[in-house]
Design a protein around this ligand. Structure first.
Ligand code: ATP
Ligand code: MG
Length: 137
Protein backbone atom coordinates (compact mmCIF):
# COMPACT_ATOMS: atom_id res chain seq x y z
CA UNK A 1 0.00 0.00 0.00
CA UNK A 2 1.17 3.49 -0.88
CA UNK A 3 -0.18 6.99 -0.23
CA UNK A 4 -0.31 9.92 -2.59
CA UNK A 5 -1.42 13.52 -2.32
CA UNK A 6 -4.12 15.03 -4.54
CA UNK A 7 -5.44 18.54 -5.07
CA UNK A 8 -8.71 19.24 -6.84
CA UNK A 9 -7.74 22.64 -8.24
CA UNK A 10 -9.77 25.91 -8.26
CA UNK A 11 -11.21 25.49 -11.78
CA UNK A 12 -12.76 22.14 -10.82
CA UNK A 13 -14.00 23.22 -7.38
CA UNK A 14 -15.63 26.29 -8.99
CA UNK A 15 -17.49 24.06 -11.45
CA UNK A 16 -18.82 21.72 -8.68
CA UNK A 17 -16.68 18.80 -9.85
CA UNK A 18 -15.39 17.51 -6.48
CA UNK A 19 -17.93 14.68 -6.44
CA UNK A 20 -17.44 13.81 -10.12
CA UNK A 21 -13.67 13.61 -9.72
CA UNK A 22 -13.91 11.61 -6.49
CA UNK A 23 -16.24 9.17 -8.23
CA UNK A 24 -13.46 8.47 -10.75
CA UNK A 25 -10.93 8.15 -7.92
CA UNK A 26 -13.14 5.77 -5.92
CA UNK A 27 -13.99 3.73 -9.02
CA UNK A 28 -10.29 2.99 -9.34
CA UNK A 29 -8.42 1.09 -6.63
CA UNK A 30 -7.81 4.27 -4.64
CA UNK A 31 -9.30 5.01 -1.23
CA UNK A 32 -9.77 8.59 0.03
CA UNK A 33 -8.20 8.66 3.52
CA UNK A 34 -8.61 12.40 4.13
CA UNK A 35 -10.19 15.34 2.34
CA UNK A 36 -10.68 19.02 3.14
CA UNK A 37 -11.44 22.26 1.36
CA UNK A 38 -9.22 25.27 1.92
CA UNK A 39 -7.67 28.31 0.27
CA UNK A 40 -3.96 28.04 -0.52
CA UNK A 41 -2.14 31.17 0.57
CA UNK A 42 0.18 32.81 -1.97
CA UNK A 43 3.13 31.67 0.15
CA UNK A 44 1.88 28.06 0.25
CA UNK A 45 1.32 27.99 -3.52
CA UNK A 46 4.81 29.42 -4.12
CA UNK A 47 6.40 26.78 -1.88
CA UNK A 48 4.27 23.98 -3.35
CA UNK A 49 5.33 24.79 -6.93
CA UNK A 50 8.84 26.00 -6.02
CA UNK A 51 10.46 23.63 -8.56
CA UNK A 52 8.78 25.71 -11.29
CA UNK A 53 9.80 29.15 -9.96
CA UNK A 54 12.06 29.94 -12.93
CA UNK A 55 9.41 28.92 -15.48
CA UNK A 56 7.55 31.68 -17.40
CA UNK A 57 4.17 30.40 -16.17
CA UNK A 58 5.07 30.48 -12.44
CA UNK A 59 3.39 33.80 -11.45
CA UNK A 60 0.25 32.92 -13.38
CA UNK A 61 0.21 29.43 -11.82
CA UNK A 62 0.41 30.86 -8.28
CA UNK A 63 -2.36 33.35 -9.07
CA UNK A 64 -4.57 30.58 -10.48
CA UNK A 65 -3.95 28.20 -7.56
CA UNK A 66 -5.00 30.94 -5.10
CA UNK A 67 -8.00 32.12 -7.17
CA UNK A 68 -10.49 29.99 -5.23
CA UNK A 69 -10.74 27.11 -2.79
CA UNK A 70 -9.08 23.76 -3.47
CA UNK A 71 -9.87 20.29 -2.11
CA UNK A 72 -6.73 18.65 -0.69
CA UNK A 73 -6.82 14.88 -0.31
CA UNK A 74 -4.77 11.86 0.70
CA UNK A 75 -5.29 8.74 -1.43
CA UNK A 76 -4.14 5.21 -0.66
CA UNK A 77 -3.81 2.09 -2.78
CA UNK A 78 -1.41 -0.25 -4.52
CA UNK A 79 1.06 1.85 -6.46
CA UNK A 80 -1.02 4.94 -5.58
CA UNK A 81 1.45 7.54 -6.89
CA UNK A 82 1.70 6.09 -10.41
CA UNK A 83 -1.91 4.91 -10.53
CA UNK A 84 -3.31 8.31 -9.64
CA UNK A 85 -1.03 10.02 -12.20
CA UNK A 86 -2.43 7.61 -14.82
CA UNK A 87 -6.05 8.37 -13.85
CA UNK A 88 -5.29 12.14 -13.95
CA UNK A 89 -3.90 12.06 -17.50
CA UNK A 90 -1.27 14.27 -19.12
CA UNK A 91 -0.60 17.81 -17.84
CA UNK A 92 -1.91 19.23 -21.11
CA UNK A 93 -5.53 18.04 -21.54
CA UNK A 94 -5.08 18.09 -25.33
CA UNK A 95 -2.59 15.22 -24.83
CA UNK A 96 -4.53 13.36 -22.11
CA UNK A 97 -5.92 9.90 -22.77
CA UNK A 98 -9.67 9.22 -23.07
CA UNK A 99 -11.32 8.57 -19.72
CA UNK A 100 -8.74 10.47 -17.67
CA UNK A 101 -9.79 13.26 -15.30
CA UNK A 102 -7.91 15.93 -17.25
CA UNK A 103 -9.31 14.75 -20.60
CA UNK A 104 -12.85 15.02 -19.23
CA UNK A 105 -12.60 18.12 -17.08
CA UNK A 106 -9.45 20.22 -17.56
CA UNK A 107 -9.93 23.65 -19.15
CA UNK A 108 -6.32 24.28 -20.21
CA UNK A 109 -2.71 23.26 -19.54
CA UNK A 110 -2.78 25.59 -16.52
CA UNK A 111 -6.36 25.10 -15.26
CA UNK A 112 -6.02 21.33 -15.44
CA UNK A 113 -8.33 20.39 -12.55
CA UNK A 114 -6.08 18.10 -10.49
CA UNK A 115 -2.65 17.67 -8.96
CA UNK A 116 -1.02 14.38 -8.00
CA UNK A 117 2.36 13.77 -6.37
CA UNK A 118 5.07 12.68 -8.81
CA UNK A 119 7.03 10.41 -6.41
CA UNK A 120 6.57 8.62 -3.09
CA UNK A 121 9.09 10.97 -1.51
CA UNK A 122 7.20 14.07 -2.68
CA UNK A 123 3.90 12.49 -1.63
CA UNK A 124 5.19 12.22 1.96
CA UNK A 125 6.35 15.84 1.95
CA UNK A 126 3.09 17.13 0.43
CA UNK A 127 0.85 15.07 2.75
CA UNK A 128 2.66 16.33 5.85
CA UNK A 129 2.28 19.90 4.55
CA UNK A 130 -1.53 19.67 4.92
CA UNK A 131 -2.43 16.73 7.18
CA UNK A 132 -1.42 15.28 10.54
CA UNK A 133 -1.10 11.51 10.96
CA UNK A 134 -4.29 11.26 13.01
CA UNK A 135 -6.35 12.72 10.13
CA UNK A 136 -5.46 9.81 7.82
CA UNK A 137 -8.07 7.16 8.44
P1 ATP B 1 0.87 18.87 -10.99
O1 ATP B 1 2.27 19.10 -10.42
O2 ATP B 1 -0.08 20.01 -10.72
O3 ATP B 1 0.33 17.54 -10.57
P2 ATP B 1 2.02 17.96 -13.46
O4 ATP B 1 2.97 17.23 -12.59
O5 ATP B 1 1.25 17.20 -14.48
O6 ATP B 1 0.98 18.77 -12.58
P3 ATP B 1 4.01 20.05 -13.79
O7 ATP B 1 4.97 20.07 -14.91
O8 ATP B 1 4.50 19.67 -12.42
O9 ATP B 1 2.77 19.13 -14.24
O10 ATP B 1 3.34 21.50 -13.73
C1 ATP B 1 2.66 21.93 -12.57
C2 ATP B 1 1.44 22.70 -12.98
O11 ATP B 1 1.83 23.91 -13.61
C3 ATP B 1 0.56 22.01 -14.03
O12 ATP B 1 -0.31 21.06 -13.50
C4 ATP B 1 -0.18 23.20 -14.60
O13 ATP B 1 -1.23 23.65 -13.73
C5 ATP B 1 0.91 24.25 -14.63
N1 ATP B 1 1.65 24.25 -15.91
C6 ATP B 1 2.55 23.32 -16.33
N2 ATP B 1 3.03 23.62 -17.54
C7 ATP B 1 2.41 24.78 -17.92
C8 ATP B 1 2.48 25.63 -19.08
N3 ATP B 1 3.28 25.35 -20.10
N4 ATP B 1 1.69 26.73 -19.09
C9 ATP B 1 0.88 27.04 -18.05
N5 ATP B 1 0.78 26.30 -16.92
C10 ATP B 1 1.53 25.18 -16.85
MG1 MG C 1 4.08 18.17 -10.99
Amino acid sequence: MQKTFSIIKPDAVKRNLIGHINQIIESSELKILASKKLYLTKKQAEIFYEVHKERPFFDSLVEYMTSGPVQVQVLEGNNAVANYRKIMGATNPAEAEEGTIRKQYAESIEANSVHGSDSEENAKIEISFFFSGSELV
